[in-house]
Design a protein around this ligand. Structure first.
Ligand code: ZN
Length: 159
């Protein structure tokens, strides 16, 4: 971010409460860019005993992840996760089971992870290039992002 969203003046880096932050350079404006983490919902969707992994259109051919997305204004995380599942793979499901929250510092996000048993017929949505159904025991969790949630789910499942 380069310009103040309130007055369009340049933002500059300044120390506020011992933290380096971007703030408006205009003396008559008090805007501070806090850059707080953004919440994201993610779901391990089980379908016929397998987990749905999807590849977003902008991702390289080897990248797959679980269903994830941002909340819309006015949505609870549970509503957001069920909407994302519907949009990305066309499935409904029972109440999502909360698995935990995961800090994703590299993307400045906090991930709220759920497990959902998908119901209905899969229909791949516009955001995804392709999906695959993978048996849980064949999944190797990736190290960042939603991977740690998948790892915890797999470990809980096996205990
Ligand atoms: Zn300003």
């Amino acid at each position: 971010m380069k310009y103040c969203p309130q007055c369009r003046a340049d933002l500059h880096t300044t120390i506020i409460e011992n933290t380096s932050r971007l703030a408006c350079s205009s003396k008559s404006c008090n805007y501070i860019y806090y850059d707080n983490p953004i919440p994201v919902v993610a779901a391990i969707v089980e379908y016929d005993g397998k987990v749905i992994l999807g590849r977003k259109k902008e991702w390289p051919g080897t990248w797959f992840g679980i269903i994830a997305g941002f909340l819309e204004k006015g949505e609870t995380p549970e509503q957001a996760v069920m909407r994302e599942i519907e949009e990305e793979v066309g499935l409904a499901g029972d109440l999502p089971a909360f698995l935990g929250y995961y800090s994703f510092f590299e993307a400045n996000q906090i991930i709220l992870a759920y497990h959902v048993v998908g119901k209905g017929t899969i229909r791949v949505g516009e955001e995804l290039e392709e999906i695959k159904l993978v048996a849980p025991e064949e999944i190797t969790p990736w190290p960042v992002g939603t991977g740690p949630a998948v790892k915890d789910w797999l470990e809980k499942r096996n205990s």
